[in-house]
Design a protein around this ligand. Sequence first.
Ligand code: PLP
Ligand code: COI
Length: 355
Amino acid sequence: METMVNNIAIEKAKTSKIHEVDFDNLSFGSVYTDHMLVCDYKNGEWEAPKIVPYQPITLDPSAKIFHYGQSIFEGMKAYKDDDGKVFLFRPLENFKRLNKSAERLAIPQLPESFFMDGLHALIQLESDWIPTNAGSSLYIRPFIFASGTGFHASPANEYKFIIACAPSGSYFSGKVKVLIEETYSRAANGGVGYAKAGGNYAGQFYPTKLAADKGYQQVIWTDDNAHEYIEEAGAMNVFVRINDTLMTAPTNDRILDGITRKSILDIAKDEGIKTEVRKISVHELVEAAKNGSLKEMFGAGTAAVVSPISGFGYHGEEYELPELKDSYASMLKKRITDIQYNRAEDKFGWRYPVE
Ligand code: PLP
Ligand code: COI
């Protein structure tokens, strides 16, 4: 039976899988809730989004997603506070970035109301799935891909926008050891690095596997020109603390404009920390590690939250970072998660209640 909630048609699942899930031992993004939002683009327009039971998708083998990788996604989270109230964090930023990615991948622009109303209705429906254990949340994956067919290398004429959700624990289990990349590149000037395009991640898997074989969890990407400046990590933007200054690379068309990154910059400024958004050379990083002024490095992203980096490898050498009692990473992580989980005042207006 179908019901309508805020213009979204809902077909409920006959049974729920929620009792099969071990909420005390959640990994990241590997079990999915009972429903998903689906919205089709056909005949030159996006059709009304609807919520249906979570289910596989059937596609023609000639669907362009398989051949030309026309696909983009977002990553967001829903949080539940101690009173059971549900919140999203800056969801409009994800919507805007999805359409920015869509433009670059020649995917039609999605109307804001389809994204926001659909997301709202889905999260409301799935609110029992939002975990409350420390460090857990409901990871939300909005994505669009080319379902239209044809071997002609041109944009598809049909697309699917889907939002799926996964109750999730931490993305990393401990501190992260990173390798500064000297050979491969994630993105190039004029390319798609700033878009959250599926292919950006596929292209990282092989160099990241080579790094993993050497004991590193992530690669720090450097500029494609001379591998001279650090840019970002596989699924996070990167912050560096030299003495008491917190710095991160400026965004450009090779770097994803992370929502966590800009929130961390605002919180750090609010804390009175000196921040610099500027190019950070590998040379400067190595020198700072050698002379002891490199105090911390951490990654920031929706999935990774704030993930401290234990050390980095570069040119066959290992550089360890000190263990700090009062690290910026732990203070910033506490401040951002206190806002996300409604444990602190939201002076920036970032929380979005789902009620
Ligand atoms: N950089 C890359 C390549 C990412 O995949 C992500 C994750 O979304 C980020 C940075 C962090 O972005 P955000 O904070 O918006 O999640
Ligand atoms: C996120 O942080 O939400 C991401 O999209 C990263 C993802 C590759 C796990």
